[in-house]
Design a protein around this ligand. Structure first.
Ligand SMILES: Cc1cc2nc3c(=O)[nH]c(=O)nc-3n(C[C@H](O)[C@H](O)[C@H](O)COP(=O)(O)OP(=O)(O)OC[C@H]3O[C@@H](n4cnc5c(N)ncnc54)[C@H](O)[C@@H]3O)c2cc1C
Length: 282
């Protein structure tokens, strides 16, 4: 287990807001996770921070990450098991090495496997939970157990990990035998598709708001003239109105204020309650 002090937040998330957190715990094995969780310290998990904004400063709640090498990769028939800390680009490479396809819809996103499981990552009609056969979870007792997708209460951008202080250590995906070059081409195409529609290379946490029932947050923001709106230190993308960009060293509070003001305006003008998709940590 590594314990880092005075960590620069801008290195921990894709939004790169500024500030320092006093401590970051990095779990390097399942045993580390069991030992840490048994201390009963309050914690919040952090993956690659591609859906998160971190609050700087001192708090009792410690941020915890799973190292990419904490769990060995395994291929068993059509099942690929990878550690929670693995980033998407490595996952795409592992799929090509194993000649197992299915998760290419996530290509290009700066996320980790653990974060995708916790968020039930999805797009273009796919959701990560439909490819899962089992998830290795460390419980507060320190026990590491394999859990089925049914036990993890997946929904639209949610799962049991939003309600329980459990640690995802690894995920097993049931995939489809696919030639390496076919996977590579699909990965390439998916990245191109994203680049054409989203500010993929910008400092962003992806969708700011979840889609409300019977609607799309991006369309609502477009309708109210928010596309490209400048909030001083941050901006709603002119490529996709639901993507918030850190343009001038935005702070945690800047994001909170912008989100609160947009939610209040949308509620007043359309009677729609937008709910943030972005996670505020810890
Ligand atoms: C350019 C861009 C495009 C995006 N496109 C999409 C998209 O198409 N679809 C989509 O769904 N999202 C998208 N996102 C958002 C984001 O990538 C996803 O929500 C992703 O699942 C977050 O993964 P992460 O590792 O970065 O998680 P983080 O942001 O680090 O964490 C997200 C949540 O997961 C929890 N978590 C992280 N790791 C663990 C763990 N090991 N155990 C338990 N809980 C954990 C955290 O506590 C937090 O609640 C996009 C983001 C960007 C920047």
């Amino acid at each position: 287990m590594q314990i880092l002090s005075q960590v620069d937040i801008s290195r921990l998330t894709s939004f790169q807001n500024s500030g320092i957190v006093p401590e970051l715990v990095i779990l390097e094995s399942v045993q580390d996770a069991s030992e840490f969780i048994r201390t009963a310290r309050p914690f919040r998990m952090l993956g690659r921070g591609s859906n998160s904004v971190i609050r700087p400063g001192v708090t009792e709640t410690v941020l915890v990450k799973v190292s990419p090498d904490a769990v060995d990769v395994q291929v068993d028939g059509n099942t690929l098991t990878v550690g929670a800390g693995i980033p998407v680009n490595r996952l795409m490479q592992m799929m090509q090495d194993a000649e197992l396809g299915g998760l290419e819809f996530s290509a290009g996103v700066p996320a980790s496997v653990g974060g995708m499981v916790a968020m039930n990552f999805g797009c273009w009609g796919y959701e990560i939970s439909s490819f899962l056969s089992s998830v290795q979870v460390v419980l507060p007792s320190g026990e590491a157990v394999g859990m089925s997708p049914e036990e993890l209460k997946f929904g639209y951008r949610t799962s049991i990990f939003h309600h329980q202080p459990w640690i995802v250590m690894a995920a097993s995906f049931l995939l489809t035998p696919t030639p390496r070059l076919e996977i590579r081409k699909l990965v390439h195409d998916r990245i191109q598709e994203r680049v054409s529609k989203q500010p993929l290379r910008g400092k962003t946490f992806g969708s700011t708001f979840k889609n409300p029932q019977n609607g799309f947050a991006g369309q609502i923001l477009d309708q109210l003239g928010y596309r490209g709106r400048d909030f001083g230190t941050l901006q709603l993308s002119d490529q996709h109105a639901n993507f918030m960009l850190n343009t001038h060293n935005a702070t945690f509070e800047d994001v909170q204020h912008a989100i609160e003001s947009i939610c209040a305006d949308v509620s007043t003008r359309l009677g729609v309650q937008l709910e943030p998709e972005v996670c505020f940590l810890p």
